[in-house]
Design a protein around this ligand. Structure first.
Ligand code: PGA
Length: 248
């Protein structure tokens, strides 16, 4: 039985004091008995939020990382630095990183491996554009992006630690969600791709999330699907909606 996980991706929202206030207001309302929960604030809030989360079972995640340990990489943050801020999860390859900051799957792959080396769980995002979906190429695009992003990751890590997030780009922040059936079908396809590369056991264990306009009022139908093991929540994770999604 795969345990569900709900991850809040705050993106570039909340100053340190806003982040403190928000987390303080929701942390005791979140029921973490049956699901894993992680919130991913901006880098500057990570350490402060780690203190607020101490003593809860809510985990801390980052939204990005660089794949070198240290050195002359102005503006970047390394995996050991994330460890020092008590980070357990890190999103890599979000479509906003791929599109706006021109991250390639090769970079995403290096980041995922560096996180594993530092005992941080990578949440590897893949997603197709509307054009790719409409031209019938979504399955092919996702397969390629996934294979390139997980290249060389060991079976044991895939089975026990790596999380994959399917986020159709056209559904992110747009209010449009993939239908629960379409999302489930793509997550099933992702599981098959993992099975093809790593075998049935790894595919059975790996957690695959859906992300893209998940809200309190659509969480139930999405999370009920058998191939969807949780949600990566953007906009709704900045509000009390997040509590409702987790508690559902
Ligand atoms: P959204 O974002 O929930 O605001 O659509 C999801 C994401 O980008 O992770």
């Amino acid at each position: 039985m795969r345990k569900k996980i709900i991850v809040g991706n705050w993106k570039m929202n909340y100053t340190v004091s806003e982040a403190e206030d928000f987390v303080s207001s929701i942390k005791d309302k979140i029921n973490v008995d049956f699901v894993d929960v992680a919130i991913c604030p901006n880098f500057v809030s990570l350490y402060t939020i780690s203190n607020i989360l101490e003593g809860t079972n809510i985990k801390l995640g980052a939204q990005n990382v660089y794949y070198e340990d240290k050195g002359a990489y102005t503006g970047e943050t390394s995996a050991p630095m994330l460890v020092s801020a008590f980070v357990d999860y890190c999103i890599v390859g979000h479509s906003e990183r791929r599109e706006i900051f021109k991250e390639t799957s090769e970079m995403v792959n290096k980041k995922a491996k560096k996180l594993l080396e530092n005992n941080i769980v990578p949440i590897v995002c893949v997603g197709e554009t509307l054009e790719e979906r409409e031209s019938g190429k979504a399955y092919e695009v996702i397969e390629k992006e996934l294979i390139e992003s997980i290249e060389g990751i060991l079976p044991d890590d895939m089975s026990k630690r790596v999380i994959i997030a399917y986020e159709p780009i056209w559904a992110i922040g747009t209010g449009k969600t993939a239908s629960a059936d379409d999302a489930n079908k793509m997550c099933e396809h992702i599981r098959k791709v993992v099975e093809g590369k790593y075998g049935a056991k790894v595919a059975e264990n790996i957690r695959i999330l859906y992300g893209g306009s998940v809200k309190a009022d659509n969480a139930k139908e999405i999370l009920e699907k058998d191939n969807i093991d949780g949600a990566l929540v953007g906009g709704a994770s900045l509000k009390n909606d997040f509590v409702a999604i987790v508690n559902y």
